[in-house]
Design a protein around this ligand. Structure first.
Ligand SMILES: NC(=O)c1ccc[n+]([C@@H]2O[C@H](COP(=O)([O-])OP(=O)(O)OC[C@H]3O[C@@H](n4cnc5c(N)ncnc54)[C@H](OP(=O)(O)O)[C@@H]3O)[C@@H](O)[C@H]2O)c1
Length: 316
């Protein structure tokens, strides 16, 4: 049997990279092997990946030399940063630059950079329809990822830019699950008006990345957006009502109201939803459902994800 090509996976202990690691490890006859990069090689998640057959390697996004070591000999790399660990676009940019620098030096054949739009191309800083945040950004956790794209492409790295979508899992882990109003009825609040919200099960992002690696050169130099569904807030509330067996309302709050909710990242997310709402045709068009399913036929719709995960959604 031909030797397997190593895919170095940043964030293998997390949602996106974990989906890719499990896709590779679950396809024993496939062409790839999984190298899981983590800061904590002895963690339960790293140990579980090792048990499943991954090579676990210590690496830190803040340490370019550790990334170079971790990429050595690999064919491909899946690169992701975790904005929500530090809330710093500058740090995210620096970490992405480290990834690109290490990828360049290691001669990788295919890098997938998990990215999002630099929204300043649609809403320049002088545009006051949404506030500028941290002096230089409109949607900091989007803008930094989008601005980092050039770090990969300008270095001539064979790259696929992977535009991800809102995780359905945000209803479990990100405080976006239904909350009870004063009348006791559950509701989800999103400033999306009647527009569509492209979303995906977090683990399906990694499965799509697996599909991209599996197609060899076909996606090199390309940008591909992925989503499992484009439901409106109203449709999400209806699906939740059905799955949970109790009414869930959609509260189409204004972006201004959402920004003032006060939790860490509320302004960033308020601007994010407003961007998705106000540029909805572009945003949905960049995340084609049929193209996503061509990469991973099992990509879950919101309803499918709900049927598997509804018990895990905290109801406050
Ligand atoms: N929530 C959403 O709807 C959504 C949608 C699209 C995109 N995103 C983006 O997704 C990103 C997070 O990805 P995720 O959900 O897969 O993350 P996650 O499940 O929270 O896990 C974070 C992963 O990043 C790794 N990591 C973080 N800092 C690291 C460092 N300094 N060095 C090495 N590894 C590091 C962690 O590895 P160890 O801890 O094992 O070292 C872990 O595997 C964020 O940037 C977010 O903006 C989120």
């Amino acid at each position: 049997m031909a030797e397997k090509k190593v895919i170095a996976i940043v964030g293998a202990t997390g949602a996106q990279g974990g989906g890719l690691a499990r896709a590779i490890l679950g396809d024993a006859r496939g062409p790839f092997s999984a190298r899981a990069l983590t800061r904590k090689v002895d963690s339960d998640k790293a140990s579980e990946l090792a048990r499943l057959g991954a090579e676990v390697v210590g690496a830190d996004l803040d340490d370019v030399e550790s990334l170079k070591r971790a990429f050595r000999g690999a064919y491909g790399a899946f690169c992701v940063t975790n904005y929500w660990e530090h809330f710093s676009p500058e740090k995210e940019l620096a970490q992405a630059a480290n990834l690109a620098e290490a990828a360049k030096g290691s001669g990788l054949g295919h890098v997938i950079w998990s990215t999002l739009e630099d929204t300043r191309k649609w809403v320049p800083l002088y545009d006051d329809r949404m506030p500028t945040l941290m002096e230089k950004y409109k949607v900091p956790h989007f803008d930094a990822k989008g601005a980092a794209n050039r770090g990969f492409t300008d270095r001539g790295i064979p790259t696929t830019l992977l535009l991800t979508s809102f995780y359905w899992d945000n209803l479990i882990y990100f405080g976006m699950g239904p909350k009870r109003g004063p009348d006791g009825v559950l509701g989800i609040a999103m400033p999306m008006g009647d527009k569509k919200l492209p979303g995906i099960a977090a683990e399906d992002i990694g499965k799509c990345a697996y599909g991209i690696f599996g197609r060899g050169d076909a996606y090199l130099g390309k940008t591909v957006g992925i989503a499992g569904g484009h439901p409106t807030g109203q449709e999400m509330a209806a699906a939740l009502s059905k799955a949970l067996g109790q009414e869930v309302r959609y509260d189409a709050v204004s972006p201004e109201a959402y920004r003032s909710f006060g939790f860490p990242g509320a302004e960033d997310l308020g601007n994010m939803f407003q961007f998705k709402r106000d540029f909805n045709d572009y945003y949905c068009g960049a995340r084609d459902l049929a193209k996503t399913r061509a990469l991973d036929p099992s990509t879950q719709t919101f309803e499918e994800w709900l049927s598997r995960n509804k018990e895990r959604i905290p109801l406050e």
